[in-house]
Design a protein around this ligand. Sequence first.
Ligand SMILES: NCc1[nH]cc(CCC(=O)O)c1CC(=O)O
Length: 335
Amino acid sequence: MAAPPTTSFTIGTRASKLALVQTDAVKAALKAACPDYDFRVFSKETAGDLSMIALREFTSKNLWTEELEELMMAGQVDFIVHSLKDVPTNLPPSCTLGPMMPREDSRDVLVVKQGLPYKSLSDIPAGSVVGTSSIRRTAQLARSYPHLKVQDVRGNINTRLAKLDADDSPYTCIILAAAGLLRIDLGDRITQYLDSKNSGMLYAVGQGALGIEIRKDDHALQELLAKIEDRDTTLACLAERSLLRTLEGGCSAPLGVETEWEQTPEGSRRLRMRAIVVSVDGKESAEIELAGEVDSPDAAEAHGVAVAQALVDEGAGKILEDIQQNKVAKEALAV
Ligand SMILES: NCc1[nH]cc(CCC(=O)O)c1CC(=O)O
């Protein structure tokens, strides 16, 4: 006799406010699709949350995912909700990403210090300090706004806003993801939405989407998640992650993307992807725009690889090698 279907699920997540809000959104969508099922949340402070050091320079992002993956493989949680942007492009062999829910706004935004009158990045006076710790944002700012200074700002979203608004703050503005602010009801702090046209700022792979990580052999859960899937989100995000995976070869790349769906005159749908790789000083860059038919996960993977190849043809390989060399040199010094 077949085992009865599981109707009770435990969802694993980090314990940050944003992570909990995101997990509640997944839980609510599943509960609406399957009212007879039960979902509970198990949250955990991960090594990444607890650490005080400048992790990004010296470690992989896996600090945020490894401990929850171990709990999942031990059967203590059934699936994990992440910000997709923070999910490494290569997962452990027994884990995979499930179907994805609709993506929140994927753009970066400018947040100006409370009380200052600036309305856009182009209003910010020369010499002002922009807060960000992202190599992608730093490089793109250096490229399009070389008259601005960039300084690290760390911590969760509320911490960063507090650092921006403090009386003795060095910052005139900071750059954040729209999605995080919108999800925790801080959309009123958004001064300007940034995109390739208005500011030359492209977003991070997977930004604004949730990554639901599951055990690879959990086919029942795949089917359950398909009920709350937005296929366009899944395919666009798989294509973006394929691009990053193809380019990075292990290191975190200063890669910006912008993807949108478009209708062809013949009536089929294509995924248009813009992508840019910028050297940290902003002086060198490679960019590309490529549309392709993406109607399956395999086609999404292939489109990501094609965009990566086109970027390398434009010179991205050399920029990434230089960054990798620099990183190796820094690590050697730090030992
Ligand atoms: N690396 C931090 C991070 N990871 C996910 C988000 C929120 C937005 C998202 O889902 O992409 C943020 C904050 C930010 O970049 O402003």
